[in-house]
Design a protein. Sequence first.
Length: 77
Amino acid sequence: ARFAVTVDPQNKALTDYALWIDERRAEGLPTVPTRLDKELATNPFLRADDPVLQAAMGHPGNTVETFAEIRGRKDRF
Protein backbone atom coordinates (compact mmCIF):
# COMPACT_ATOMS: atom_id res chain seq x y z
CA ALA A 1 0.00 0.00 0.00
CA ARG A 2 2.93 2.36 0.58
CA PHE A 3 3.79 2.44 -3.11
CA ALA A 4 0.16 2.78 -4.18
CA VAL A 5 -0.28 5.86 -1.99
CA THR A 6 2.68 7.52 -3.73
CA VAL A 7 0.97 7.32 -7.13
CA ASP A 8 -2.63 7.78 -5.99
CA PRO A 9 -2.60 9.91 -2.81
CA GLN A 10 -6.03 11.45 -3.47
CA ASN A 11 -7.74 8.03 -3.38
CA LYS A 12 -9.55 8.00 -0.02
CA ALA A 13 -10.30 4.28 -0.23
CA LEU A 14 -6.58 3.68 -0.67
CA THR A 15 -5.40 5.98 2.11
CA ASP A 16 -7.95 4.44 4.49
CA TYR A 17 -6.83 0.95 3.48
CA ALA A 18 -3.15 1.85 3.94
CA LEU A 19 -3.90 3.11 7.45
CA TRP A 20 -5.82 -0.09 8.23
CA ILE A 21 -2.87 -2.16 6.99
CA ASP A 22 -0.42 -0.20 9.15
CA GLU A 23 -2.64 -0.65 12.21
CA ARG A 24 -3.02 -4.40 11.62
CA ARG A 25 0.71 -4.88 11.10
CA ALA A 26 1.50 -2.90 14.25
CA GLU A 27 -0.74 -5.33 16.14
CA GLY A 28 0.88 -8.36 14.50
CA LEU A 29 -2.33 -9.23 12.67
CA PRO A 30 -2.65 -10.45 9.08
CA THR A 31 -3.76 -8.20 6.23
CA VAL A 32 -4.57 -11.04 3.83
CA PRO A 33 -6.61 -12.42 2.27
CA THR A 34 -8.12 -9.42 0.55
CA ARG A 35 -11.25 -8.97 -1.54
CA LEU A 36 -11.49 -8.20 -5.22
CA ASP A 37 -13.62 -5.09 -4.65
CA LYS A 38 -10.93 -3.74 -2.31
CA GLU A 39 -8.21 -4.40 -4.90
CA LEU A 40 -10.26 -2.77 -7.67
CA ALA A 41 -10.68 0.34 -5.52
CA THR A 42 -7.10 0.61 -4.25
CA ASN A 43 -4.64 -1.10 -6.60
CA PRO A 44 -3.32 1.47 -9.10
CA PHE A 45 -2.44 -1.25 -11.61
CA LEU A 46 -6.12 -2.19 -11.73
CA ARG A 47 -7.15 1.47 -12.02
CA ALA A 48 -5.04 2.53 -15.02
CA ASP A 49 -8.27 3.33 -16.86
CA ASP A 50 -9.32 5.88 -14.21
CA PRO A 51 -9.21 9.41 -15.69
CA VAL A 52 -8.03 10.94 -12.39
CA LEU A 53 -5.13 8.50 -12.12
CA GLN A 54 -4.32 8.92 -15.82
CA ALA A 55 -4.06 12.68 -15.35
CA ALA A 56 -1.93 12.27 -12.22
CA MET A 57 0.46 10.02 -14.17
CA GLY A 58 0.67 12.55 -17.00
CA HIS A 59 -1.13 10.39 -19.55
CA PRO A 60 -4.76 11.54 -19.71
CA GLY A 61 -6.89 9.30 -21.89
CA ASN A 62 -4.19 6.65 -22.30
CA THR A 63 -4.62 3.50 -20.24
CA VAL A 64 -1.55 1.71 -21.63
CA GLU A 65 0.82 4.63 -20.99
CA THR A 66 -0.67 5.12 -17.52
CA PHE A 67 -0.07 1.46 -16.69
CA ALA A 68 3.50 1.69 -18.02
CA GLU A 69 4.12 4.82 -15.94
CA ILE A 70 2.86 3.08 -12.79
CA ARG A 71 5.03 0.03 -13.56
CA GLY A 72 8.09 2.22 -14.07
CA ARG A 73 7.51 4.01 -10.80
CA LYS A 74 7.05 0.70 -9.00
CA ASP A 75 10.32 -0.57 -10.49
CA ARG A 76 12.09 2.48 -9.03
CA PHE A 77 10.26 2.44 -5.68
